[in-house]
Design a protein around this ligand. Structure first.
Ligand code: IPE
Ligand code: IPE
Ligand code: MG
Length: 260
């Protein structure tokens, strides 16, 4: 009964590349602490993992990659750590944007950006503008992002449209809300990875990950490299996504594993 495994052929599994991968990049502080260094050293090292995952995503044809870099709750950390994270964001944007552009990466920042300094906001605008024409990978960096914030701002826009008579209150359905969320133009994440061993969402993309496959690894973010990412993608390729259907329905609809 439980032998249904669509796409058991190796080629089929290889072909099943997620269109959208989202990653909660966790464990920088612990990685540094294990080495008797300041937590912020872990954040700096984590940039290398970002580079590896971005490049591997381009190689493998993952269309969209969303990285959780700073949550709306991370402002509550010690000011010195927040300040290093902001500086690092700035430096990384400046240092990486050309390379991103060369790799065909389109960068977008999602989250409440008005909380950032004017200078950082300008730099974000410039990086987005410079890479806007690229098509190899949509890279989204979630900064001052919270899943609840996202739903709240979408609802606020729904209410504004209703108040301005652009939207009939009776027409407010899931699509109306989804259309006003961050990255409404992109597919929902297929695969959500969290490094660092914790098994929670920590207010990341709540609505959009309703049907994401979850993948947790004990590896701390600075340890996560192209090989580790490949393992997560391979794991995803062997999952059966049912979206509420039965396994048998999924198999018959996909036309694979027809043998009984
Ligand atoms: C993730 O690593 C990066 C951010 C949240 C900015 P952490 O800084 O949370 O590292 P740990 O979880 O404390 O090890
Ligand atoms: C989630 O990590 C946020 C990012 C990775 C940016 P946290 O370290 O903030 O999550 P909690 O506090 O352990 O849930
Ligand atoms: Mg953490």
């Amino acid at each position: 009964m439980d032998t249904v495994s669509p796409g058991s052929g190796a080629h089929d599994a290889e072909r099943r590349v997620p269109k959208h991968v989202a990653i909660i990049m966790d464990g920088n502080g612990r990685w540094a602490k294990q080495r008797n260094r300041a937590r912020t050293w872990g954040h700096r090292e984590g940039v290398k993992s970002v580079r590896a995952v971005v490049e591997e995503s381009v190689q493998r044809g993952v269309g969209t990659l969303t990285l959780f870099a700073f949550s709306s709750e991370n402002w509550r950390r010690p000011p010195s750590e927040v300040s290093v994270l902001m500086d690092l964001f700035m430096i990384t944007l400046r240092g990486e944007v050309r390379r991103l552009d060369e790799n065909g990466v389109r960068l977008r920042v999602i989250g409440e950006r008005t909380a950032f300094s004017e200078k950082l906001q300008r730099r974000i605008d410039e990086a987005e503008g410079l890479t806007a024409h690229n098509t190899a990978l949509n890279l989204q960096v979630a900064a001052n992002y919270g899943g609840r914030w996202d739903i709240t701002q979408a609802v606020r826009r729904v209410v504004a449209d209703v108040a301005a008579d652009r939207l009939d209150p009776a027409a407010v359905n899931e699509q109306a809300i989804a259309a006003r969320l961050s990255f409404a133009d992109l597919p929902d994440p297929d695969l959500l990875i969290r490094t660092g061993g914790e098994k929670r969402i920590s207010n990341f993309i709540l609505w959009q990950s309703a049907y994401a496959e979850l993948y947790f690894t004990e590896l701390l973010w600075p340890e996560f490299n192209a090989t580790a990412y490949g393992l997560a993608l391979d794991d995803f390729a062997h999952r059966q996504r049912r979206f509420g259907l039965t396994g048998e329905q999924v198999v018959s609809e996909s036309g694979v594993d027809r043998h009984e």
